[in-house]
Design a protein around this ligand. Structure first.
Ligand SMILES: [Zn+2]
Length: 325
């Protein structure tokens, strides 16, 4: 007997059948469906999930296509795909869990008892991440934000892991790359502690799923499978990414930048990918009542990589993020 909860995962042993298997982790009330491809050849254990946040649709859409159609003939190792990790938030069309209101991307490593979001984090961390060698978390701007898509990772886990993560991120060569310091609570934080090489992607969002965005994400995953030798093949030439490394954790905290000064309606003056100077006017927040509008000025110089998509804002809502690319 063991007290290690990860030992109860079907990924823990060698009893999984070779081929494709659908498995539900947890139960009907709290859990998630995974599709597992297992080879009789040794190789990495790659885990990919979407919908850590429930209103982000590019990852779930693409991963659903993968679980229906992907038939690798030369697989090495194990690939685990979870199209929708946060089922309750996804069903509610919300970023966070509808019962406890908690953000799954702040809840790791979670706990076996308590609120649903914490238990979900614990379930994924112990049953799936604990058995991964490589991990990808697919995010997007969701319904509230529009993003200049990027791929990112946490630096500082060791030179080998940093290099592996940089190579994983380079596979998503339609995206720019953002490396940053450790922040607690994320899926990648849990991977960091388990020394699992991990990256995340941020697709465009704005409440939509565009075919071009899906194609970019799909190509990135195809490249990654070759990079990690999960499948055989020659890596196509990869485009050189724009790259930025943050040393200040607050810089990578998206919700901390250009906060709405009060409630109102929001108008952006700049577009995604625009290059702006510090102090430039980025947009305006207009109070609903009879008060003057408030201009929003750029905190720093750089490229606009995040712009609020929702028109109605509350005090503190992040309106823009600017990164020196
Ligand atoms: Zn997200």
């Amino acid at each position: 007997m063991t007290d290690d909860p990860s030992a109860s995962s079907p990924l823990a042993g060698t009893t999984l059948p070779v081929g494709r298997l659908q498995h539900r982790f947890g139960n009907t009330d709290l859990g998630f469906d995974a599709w597992i491809w297992r080879s009789d050849q040794p190789g990495p254990a790659l885990v990919i999930n979407g919908a850590t946040h429930g209103d982000e649709y590019e990852g779930p859409t693409l991963l659903r296509q993968w679980v229906e159609t992907w038939q690798p003939v030369d697989l090495c190792g194990t690939v685990v795909i979870v199209p929708v990790l946060n089922e309750a938030a996804f069903a509610a069309k919300q970023r966070c869990h509808p019962i406890d209101g908690e953000n799954l991307a702040r809840a790791f490593p979670g706990a076996p008892e308590g609120a649903p979001t914490s238990r979900l984090a614990h379930l994924f961390e112990t049953q799936v991440l604990a058995h991964a060698t490589h991990y990808v978390d697919l995010h997007s701007g969701g319904q509230a934000l529009e993003l200049h898509p990027w791929v990112g990772y946490i630096v500082g886990g060791g030179a080998d892991i940093d290099a592996t993560q940089r190579a994983m991120a380079a596979c998503f060569d339609s995206f720019w790359c953002w490396a940053g310091p450790y922040l607690p609570g994320r899926t990648l934080s849990a991977a960091f502690h388990r020394k699992v090489a991990a990256i995340y992607t941020e697709c465009r969002g704005a409440g939509e799923v565009l075919p071009a965005d899906l194609a970019d994400l799909d190509q990135g995953l195809q490249n990654l499978l070759i990079e990690l030798s999960c499948v055989a093949g020659a890596q196509p030439p990869l485009a050189v990414q724009s790259f930025h490394q943050s040393t200040d954790a607050e810089e990578t905290h998206l919700q901390a930048h250009h906060p709405a000064p009060h409630a109102g309606t929001f108008e952006s003056i700049v577009a995604l990918r625009d290059v702006v100077e510090a102090g430039a006017t980025l947009g305006i927040v207009r109070p609903i009542l009879d008060q003057p509008p408030t201009p929003i000025f750029a905190e720093t110089s750089g490229t606009v990589v995040l712009r609020r998509h929702e028109c109605v804002v509350q005090p503190g809502d992040a309106l823009f993020v600017i990164v020196p690319l």
